[in-house]
Design a protein around this ligand. Structure first.
Ligand SMILES: *[C@@H]1O[C@H](CO)[C@@H](O)[C@H](O)[C@H]1NC(C)=O
Ligand SMILES: *[C@@H]1O[C@H](CO)[C@@H](O)[C@H](O)[C@H]1NC(C)=O
Ligand SMILES: *[C@@H]1O[C@H](CO)[C@@H](O)[C@H](O)[C@H]1NC(C)=O
Ligand SMILES: *[C@@H]1O[C@H](CO)[C@@H](O)[C@H](O)[C@H]1NC(C)=O
Length: 697
């Protein structure tokens, strides 16, 4: 266990720094000066000193700086690859530079997708025609990109409309059971939690639909007529450089290459406002919708109303840029702790993603403050500002692909924040060895919404049990780090499902009116995020608990044993999880011993380094060189998206795929397929256990 910190208020007002802050700084300067001139007595900051700096980090929070960063970042819409996005690149870069942080940019040439023209016209059975422009009320600025689906093919289709609820397989089965065939029709789909935008279009295409109109329901009246933009590309990263970095002058696939074509939908799609969706759905005939679909729609169709959906887009090669600030580690410069957030936005991006960017910039400010007080992290900290996430995690993915070996050998953890503040309530996802650290850190940071309580206390009472999600989704930049490179990852945010998601109303104004009027939640996210970074960078022994990982895997195994019939053996999993448990216990004991001897010189320092390497590399064991079958980019066998979105498994994606595939196979073949994937996962767990244990067989 690491030494307990006392709870420190993370929140201060706009008042100037207090006297004690100055005193602290002076004392820290003296300590820094002393250690500079007495290298023998004090070669490295003692844990006590690091602890002191961590307290200083928490007490140097400021809502006014964060709000000013957010204001500056959200002055104009800044879609990736457009001119105004260059201003935000410059803003982040200048901020880092002004803090004297070592700053650089890395650019890629990637294929992005923009709209040129779109129209939706509905032809009713009474002969009237209604144009349904994709306008959001009160949005006059031409800088705001019109609502569209990036990478939708251009095309014009006119056909009868069928309503298919969320557009899941189950929904199509229901439609089909009513004798309605969507083949040749335009489907109207309600955005649900089960399917991604690209997933909706993919299923519709498979059912024979020729166009898709997607709308988002309004549950709280706060959307304000906003229309949700988004990508419909499949997969992760630049479509023309799948698996490698899209550097200037590098290899690029042809647009007609099958690898490229399979990433794009074949039928056009557009988003639709709720208001227009209601008009279209209200005009449908045909059978009544199943009662469980709820909502305003009465009938399924097809028609009699017809829709003319016309979309013309332009896919073009543009330059995107990631911006980095690097704080070199004093003792272990070749070990990396990465904090990342994307910068590009569909519109103004106050929530998505610049609430996170503002927090990142404030962490930079506060880390720089610690450095001025004499602090240097033990390990290297890298602050990452990604580009083109909205198009499919492109900036982060290209960078991870380009730096795969160095990250594999040296990255300790990746800490992601995307939409930092969406509303009330703390949410977190993590790989399980980081659960414990997450809990420890939330015990040090004050809750923004209840006086005198920590984030942890509020989180615990809200969720009853602390609920840490897992990172199997591909909805933010942790995906390449964890699912491709096997880097332990965290993702945190306040609030969820905010109503102005991907609309023109995701603005600074909305943030101050609805999500975080006094920027307290921003301060809290920056506190948790920044302190996680400090602990991972400064703790002499990495704060990873692999017993939590083993526990989680045991839970997954139990879940599988209820799901699968007895002909399939889970013994391989049982054995490998047991190996992980033994290795984890051994490591805990070793860490305890080493902690006691920590001050005993270089020999112990090397032992600690070796132990940390095992802690760091264990996660890589879950990677498989061959990756998931048919989706080789996904290398992680514990966390990744299942191919079948209706899968009951949100872990072991390879096993999930095999279960899905086995449906169409003979019983024996299907079982063999599932059993094989179970073996693969078991071997992955064994690799992790053996990396942690650290001995050759
Ligand atoms: C729907 O119609 C298409 C084209 O007419 C046909 O090929 C397909 O088999 C039909 N599907 C069902 C489920 O009837
Ligand atoms: C035609 O039908 C549509 C949809 O039901 C309705 O909105 C419109 O008012 C109707 N027009 C006329 C002239 O009846
Ligand atoms: C559909 O609308 C587009 C754009 O207004 C138009 O060019 C096209 O002719 C229309 N298609 C049909 C079949 O009416
Ligand atoms: C910062 O917090 C203080 C105290 O709650 C508040 O008065 C002030 O308005 C906040 N500043 C901003 C920019 O929200």
């Amino acid at each position: 266990m690491s030494q307990p910190l006392t709870t420190i208020k993370s929140f201060t007002s706009t008042k100037p720094p207090q006297l004690c802050t100055y005193l602290c700084l002076i004392i820290l300067c003296i300590i820094g000066f002393y250690s500079l001139h007495h290298p023998h007595q004090n070669p490295t900051p003692k844990p006590q000193t690091a602890l002191h700096f961590h307290s200083l980090f928490l007490s140097s929070a400021s809502n006014s700086t964060i709000s000013s960063y957010l204001r500056a970042l959200t002055l104009h819409p800044h879609l990736a690859g457009t001119k105004p996005s260059l201003d935000t690149i410059l803003y982040v870069q200048t901020h880092f530079q002004n803090l004297n942080l070592n700053t650089h940019k890395v650019s890629y040439k990637t294929l992005l997708s923009y709209p040129r023209h779109s129209s939706v016209t509905t032809h009713f059975s009474n002969g009237t025609t209604l144009d349904m422009p994709l306008n959001e009320p009160g949005v006059a600025s031409l800088d705001v990109v019109q609502p569209y689906h990036a990478y939708s093919p251009s095309g014009s289709v006119k056909a009868k409309v069928v309503y298919v609820n969320f557009g899941t397989e189950e929904d199509y089965r229901k439609v089909s059971s009513m004798g309605v065939n969507v083949s040749g029709c335009v489907v109207v789909v309600k955005k649900g939690e089960f399917l991604s935008r690209g997933g909706v279009v993919k299923v519709a295409e498979a059912k024979g639909a020729i166009g898709v109109l997607l709308y988002a329901e309004e549950d709280d009246g706060l959307r304000g007529g906003g229309i949700e933009r988004g990508t419909v590309m499949r997969g992760v990263g630049d479509p023309l450089s799948p698996g490698w970095a899209g550097v200037e002058g590098g290899e690029r696939l042809d647009l007609e290459d099958n690898e490229v074509l399979k990433r794009f939908p074949k039928i056009p799609s557009l988003p639709l406002s709720l208001e227009n969706a209601d008009v279209i759905l209200g005009s449908l005939g045909g059978p009544m919708v199943p009662p469980e679909w709820r909502g305003k729609a009465q009938r399924v169709g097809p028609g009699p109303s017809m829709v003319n959906l016309t979309y013309q887009g332009e896919n073009k090669m543009v330059s995107i840029q990631n911006v980095f600030a690097v704080i070199k580690g004093l003792e272990e410069p070749d070990r990396y702790v990465l904090l990342g957030n994307h910068r590009d936005a569909w519109t103004y991006g106050a929530v998505d993603p610049n609430s996170g960017t503002a927090a990142l910039l404030d962490i930079a400010r506060r880390y720089a403050l610690l450095m001025r007080g004499g602090w240097n992290p033990r390990r290297t900290i890298i602050l990452c500002s990604w580009d083109a996430e909205e198009f499919g995690m492109i900036g982060s993915t290209e960078w991870v692909e380009q730096n795969l070996v160095n990250l594999g050998a040296k990255a300790v953890a990746y800490l992601n924040v995307d939409c930092a503040v969406q509303g009330p309530g703390f949410f977190a996802g993590a790989t399980p060895q980081l659960d414990n650290l997450l809990v420890e850190v939330t015990k040090k940071v004050e809750d923004p919404d209840s006086q005198g309580a920590t984030v942890y206390e509020k989180w615990e009472t809200t969720d009853r049990l602390i609920n840490i999600q897992r990172l199997s989704g591909v909805d933010s930049d942790f995906a390449p780090f964890l699912q491709h490179a096997g880097v332990p990852s965290v993702d945190i945010y306040y609030g969820r499902d905010f109503p102005v998601y991907h609309t023109a109303f995701d603005s600074y104004d909305w943030m101050t009116k609805h999500a975080d009027p006094f920027f307290r939640r921003h301060v809290t996210v920056a506190g948790v995020w920044g302190l996680l970074g400090l602990r991972l960078a400064d703790d002499s022994i990495l704060p990873f608990k692999y017993l939590s990982y083993a526990d989680q895997l045991q839970g997954y195994k139990d879940f599988l044993s209820n799901l699968l019939d007895e002909s399939i053996s889970l013994n391989p999993l049982t054995t490998s999880i047991q190996e992980l448990v033994s290795a984890a216990i051994k490591v805990e004991n070793e860490a305890k011993r080493l902690r006691k001897q920590e001050t005993k010189g270089d020999f112990v320092a090397l032992k600690i380094r070796a132990l940390n390497d095992r802690l760091m590399l264990a996660e890589r064991g879950f990677l498989d060189a061959d990756g998931l079958q048919g989706r080789q980019w996904f290398k992680h066998l514990v966390y990744g998206p299942p191919r079948d979105y209706e899968s009951k498994l949100s872990f072991f994606p390879g096993i999930a795929d095999a279960i899905f595939q086995s449906i169409g196979m003979g019983r024996r073949d299907g079982q063999a397929e599932v059993q094989h994937e179970i073996w693969r996962v078991a071997r992955a767990i064994q690799r992790a256990a053996s990396a942690l244990q650290g001995e050759l067989t």
